[in-house]
Design a protein around this ligand. Sequence first.
Ligand code: SF4
Ligand code: SF4
Length: 504
Amino acid sequence: MQLLDLRGQLDRTSQAFFRFRRLGPERTLITNAEGRWLILSDADFAAYATGAVVEGSELYRRLSDGNFLRATWDEAKARDMIAARKQFLGYGPNLHVMVVTLRCNETCVYCHASRADMDATHTDMTPEIAEKAVDLAFMSTSPSITIEFQGGEPLVRYDLVKHIIEYAKAKNETAGKTVEFTMVSNLSLMDDEKLDYLLEHKVQMCTSIDGPKDLHDKQRILPTLSAYDAASSWIEKINRAYVDRGLDPSLYHVEALVTTTKGALGRAEEIVDTYAALGCRALFLRPIDPFGFASKTAKMVEYPRADYLRFYAEATDYILELNRQGTQMIERYAAIFLTKILRGEDPNFLDLRSPAGAGISMLAYSYDGDVYTCDEGRMLAAQGDQTFRIGNVFESSYRDLVGHPTVRAMVIASNLDSQPDCVDCTYNPYCGIQTTHNHKTQGSIFGRMRESNVCAVHKGIQDYLFGKLADGEPHVLEAFERWTTVRAREHFLHDGAGSADGDP
Ligand code: SF4
Ligand code: SF4
């Protein structure tokens, strides 16, 4: 009888499934499978861990609301949140990267794309390959697809970019998907005529700014002019064009990416100021990747990830301070994690989800018609490693590609519940790993997370964010809420099948 009473007591106060991580004195983070979280004091964590939470107490209420107690555990609440987080699994590939050429007029020290010289015309995609690639993209079961132009420099083959846009739009008259076009460009080959066309056809533009002019021009070299001047002048012009078209500049602007090199460390505030001066509202503080030329120039550009995390914290602290003073800017890594942490939604960033998007949410079409699971897969192929080649536009059906054994293996390897370290990690509900990165750096798509640079970055950034959430400064919490408010950029959507979306 006494034993039964004890069991009843344990059931009411003992833990449902949880993971924990100590963030510092009086701060232990607990998370559960669906991604709810709490930060507990040492006394509260001890009570929880030993099943000694007093029923009816404030701690009991917090734990119960978070679905952390066995007695009040709500299966439907857990299931619905997991289903919302994994919504992306219901669709086929959404992102289709088209490498229209490897040629590029710029020379970047870390070029991940393994660019080719301007006379290497054999690295251009043909119109036949482009049409086959678009045909495959439209086979996707996803109701919306994004065609992303990459290179090399895609403006080298502006004629082919136009051809793809027009071919895809004609195809969409019957397919009826929602289509977006994006272009990753250094912008130096832009001119007014090209810009008019790209604006008319609602192509989103994305470029790279590595920081102040001296840093950018040292890392990204154009033969006759400053790469920074070229990119920044077009950023300003394009952003003005959006305003002239009546579009909200906080939503419509050129997206610019930072590639954080050794030269950037220690210059966090200058880099943020450069972006603010250009009117860029978002920074993505990406660490350097080991793909392409970056593997050859590692001595010049690489650094320990602890140094990166110091840089990240310094830059993000400064962005938060600018927010407090009224300059609205976001850091994209933080926004991705916080959307999962604070809203329970997944923004579907393909390298930061479980399972990752390679092959099931994206495909990359190289200039020669070969198809890869992802952009990094084709970058590795450019260096002679064909591991992630899954077919060719002339030989492979859509089913051959998405059901390829390599795609299946990558899905298993990037499922955090099948990763030895990730399965126990407190950050499991919000995180993601990169199988291509594991393969390149550790020789296996599974990798070993405790020695992985990607894991170190993800863990460090989440430590930083949860530290801020625990500090609870009102201006930081308010900025974090804003960073996770997703506003659709409907201007960029093209709807087919007779819709009146006002497309030219
Ligand atoms: S990173 Fe881009 S712009 Fe720079 S060399 Fe490579 S392809 Fe060209
Ligand atoms: S990658 Fe690292 S931080 Fe992310 S879930 Fe796995 S072990 Fe945790």
